[in-house]
Design a protein around this ligand. Structure first.
Ligand SMILES: O=C(O)CCC(=O)C(=O)O
Ligand SMILES: [Fe+2]
Length: 339
């Protein structure tokens, strides 16, 4: 008789990462759980992460305050004004995932770099100052949130390294000493789609591009994950972050850790849905290499099954080039204006 695997494929695992965050001896056990989740789904929740609940609540309150402003006001901080830094507000339907408009609006942010910074001087895309909306407290709260969640990203990458039998600092030494950090504040309004607009999803099916995404979502729900066993929901769990691995970790691990497709249902709950994905990615200049000697890593060309028909294992080059090729597909208008 064939034995059934013990992994429950209908719910995503919830992992208490407190020992990993503390650098305590128990972190190896945490890494084992992370490894199992990455092999099974590429998605997991983390609790015990140490990010201050009051900071997250403050960011939610201030984000609601921002998104409630009239659209014309929000357009004062539109992405076109962010130039190559790729920052600012985009309106409902302004981003295309899988070629179709998403039913969300958002504020695109990243590590705050002054205009005098060498990377900004060199006109490196996706680097630069943010376009902070004029909502009192929002700027400070965004910066504090990015700092806290970036620290968590470093700890989780240590756990991922340990889970692969690598030294904890493996990724930091090669890719993330100075990670590329992008943060987005999304609002999915509970607003009907006007007749004639080709909108199906809050966010269409996609994988994330980099290493690791750390997502806070509010209590509304709608995120779903495409596992080998079918679509399953990733419902809100108060106080947790949803983590998922991106294409570059799939590439590095030869497909052992999959970047799993996901999407967000259109919000029909009657209230706005907020989510804050932070993308913890390799440095823009880093050349992404396969990790040597991982057993079970076949680097199989799975492009026929992928949402974008891409073979991530064939990618060779700087992470920044991979990112730009992707981003210019989801914001085609902006690509023409600023790049
Ligand atoms: O809003 C969400 O729950 C997910 C957003 C997402 O998948 C993304 O921005 O890559
Ligand atoms: Fe995503």
């Amino acid at each position: 008789m064939l034995s059934t695997p013990m992994t429950d494929t209908q719910t995503l695992p919830v992992i208490d990462v407190a020992p990993l965050v503390a650098g305590a001896p128990g972190r190896v056990g945490v890494a084992t759980q992370i490894g199992a989740a990455c092999r099974a789904h590429g998605f997991f929740y983390v609790t015990g992460h140490g990010v201050d609940a009051a900071l997250v609540r403050r960011l939610e309150d201030l984000s609601h305050r921002f998104f409630e402003l009239p659209e014309a006001t929000k357009m004062q901080w539109r992405m076109a004004l962010g130039g190559r830094a790729w920052r600012g507000f985009f309106p409902l339907g302004g981003e295309l995932t899988s070629g179709r408009p998403d039913w969300k609006e958002g504020l695109y942010l990243g590590a705050e770099l002054p205009a005098s910074h060498p990377l900004v001087q060199a006109k490196t895309p996706v680097h630069g100052p943010n376009l902070f909306p004029d909502v009192p407290g929002l700027r400070e709260t965004i910066l504090a949130y990015m700092a806290a969640v970036t620290q968590l990203g470093h700890r989780l990458m240590e756990g991922i390294a340990l889970s692969l039998g690598l030294p904890a600092a493996y990724f930091a030494e090669r890719y993330t000493a100075d990670p590329l950090i992008l943060l987005r504040l999304f609002n999915y309004p509970s607003q009907p789609v006007p007749e004639g607009l080709d909108v199906q999803w809050g966010v269409g099916e996609h994988t994330d591009y980099g290493l690791l995404t750390l997502l806070h979502q509010d209590q509304v729900g709608g995120l779903a994950v495409h596992t080998p066993g079918g679509w399953i929901d990733a419902p809100p769990i108060p106080g947790s972050f949803v983590c998922n691995i991106g294409d570059m970790l799939d590439r590095m691990t030869g497909g052992l850790y999959k970047s799993t497709p996901h999407r967000v249902k259109r919000n029909t709950s009657g209230r706005d849905r907020l989510s804050f994905p932070l993308f913890f990615d390799p440095n823009f200049e880093a050349r992404v290499q396969r990790i040597e000697g991982l057993s079970g890593a076949q680097a199989r060309d799975d492009s026929a099954e992928r949402w974008d028909r891409a073979n991530v294992h064939a990618f060779n080059g700087r992470y920044g080039d991979y990112l730009l090729a992707k981003v210019s597909k989801v914001f085609p208008q902006l690509r023409d204006e600023v790049l």
